[in-house]
Unconditional design. Structure first.
Length: 397
């Protein structure tokens, strides 16, 4: 598949000086809620409310720093003085030290940003499309999420898109929500050592949907994790912090589009709950229905935790067959669905975390080793969470 070469290369955005970002840089901004289908959701006191009109207006603090990853207190916060519609969060000033990418990290032949500069093809849609890190299925796995975000920033990512399932299964739902809010929420898009980020997105996965509605259709292990996660979010201190989480969750959309791509958690046809797996390539009815529901030529999904690329002309590629930078080469009328895999619970027999980088035309799959034993120990330390959820991390199943 030919690549377009000799394209002008943008300067590496990391070369620009980025302002330091610390706990003293808090600024409050009002966020305009986006319309979404009406639904029912939980608020921390157990009452039900319409998700379209949250009990607590969608006004979040402009910066979420530290997010209690190391259990820091909230200096300077006055719960009595804070309005429920405008909640200030002040946490520890640092995220702690994140491990650098390990030797042997596989990026499918790519050595970003050097190869990105050498081989980058111009986008047929928008030449200034920011290098975007697309993450999905974080599942409360702090060691994996920390490393994925740090790695993406070091590789020049200027925007993050999270395809949902930030919570569920794992032991650190609040910390993962904090991290996603920090890289995706308007006004809080900063990351330590990563500088200011462009507007990001976060979508609603089936685990967020279960938190807000019901987990009755989940298997017993997943349902137990959802019930514990709901209680864990409600245990946030100070109490107003839990209102921020529930407000954020209730506003998540099922699907989103930008100028180039469509984003969904499950599939284009059923954005929250439908799985797309490699075996579905032989189900032409299902595949055609999903391609017909696409609103852009490329759609990024997660949910199955199995990275892959599906084309509407029946081509199918696993990440090992798409040596990066992989030109999607979407000729007029051609469409592709890209599953980016899972950061927090891979299920393709490879325990390394998985995410993707996309520049508007070319794609990189990223696999990184992380400290899954630490994540497993955190799960086993919680009696309400089944040990099976910890055991599967080591085998990628």
């Amino acid at each position: 598949m030919a690549r377009v070469s000799a394209a002008p290369v943008r300067p590496d955005p990391r070369g620009a000086a980025a302002p330091a970002f610390g706990a003293g840089d808090l600024e409050r901004r009002s966020l305009t809620p986006r319309p979404r289908p009406a639904g029912r959701g939980f608020v921390p006191d157990g009452a039900l409310h319409r998700a379209r009109r949250p009990r607590f207006p969608r006004t979040l603090v402009a910066a979420v720093v530290g997010c209690g990853v190391r259990g820091r207190a909230f200096p300077g916060f006055s719960g009595a003085d804070a309005r429920r519609g405008s909640i200030g969060i002040a946490t520890g000033a640092t995220w702690g030290t994140l491990p650098p990418p390990r030797v042997g990290t596989i990026i499918l032949g790519s050595n970003l940003p050097a190869q990105r500069a050498a081989h980058r093809a111009p986008s047929p849609h928008r030449v200034d499309y920011p290098l975007t890190a697309i993450i999905s299925d974080l599942h409360g796995n702090v060691p994996a999420v920390e490393l994925a975000i740090r790695d993406a920033c070091e590789r020049g990512a200027r925007r993050f898109v999270c395809l949902g399932d930030v919570v569920g299964y794992g032991a650190r739902p609040r910390a993962c929500l904090d991290m996603v809010m920090q890289i995706c929420v308007p006004g809080a898009r900063q990351w330590k050592d990563g500088g200011a980020l462009e507007d990001g997105l976060c979508l609603r996965g089936n685990h967020e949907d279960a938190l807000l509605n019901s987990a009755e259709d989940f298997n017993p292990k997943a349902r137990a994790a959802i019930e514990w996660t709901r209680d864990e979010i409600n245990r946030a201190e100070p109490r107003e912090r839990s209102y921020v989480y529930w407000d954020f969750l209730s506003e998540l959309m099922a699907k989103e589009c930008d100028e180039v791509a469509m984003f969904a958690h499950g599939s284009p046809r059923e954005p929250v709950r439908e799985y797309m797996l490699p075996r579905d390539m032989i189900d032409r009815g299902k595949m055609e229905a999903n391609f017909n529901c696409m609103e852009r030529d490329v759609c990024f999904i997660g949910h199955s935790h199995v990275p892959a690329v599906y084309y509407d002309d029946e081509r199918f590629y696993q990440p090992t067959q798409t040596e990066g930078p992989y030109d999607l080469a979407l000729e007029k009328g051609k469409k592709a669905i890209v599953n980016v895999g899972s950061v927090g619970q891979p299920r393709d027999a490879d325990p390394r975390l998985s995410y993707a980088l996309f520049d508007g035309r070319s794609l990189w799959f990223v696999r990184l080793e992380y400290d899954h034993s630490r994540a497993a120990d955190e799960i086993r330390a919680i009696p309400e969470l089944p040990d099976y959820l910890a055991d599967r991390l080591a085998v990628g199943r």
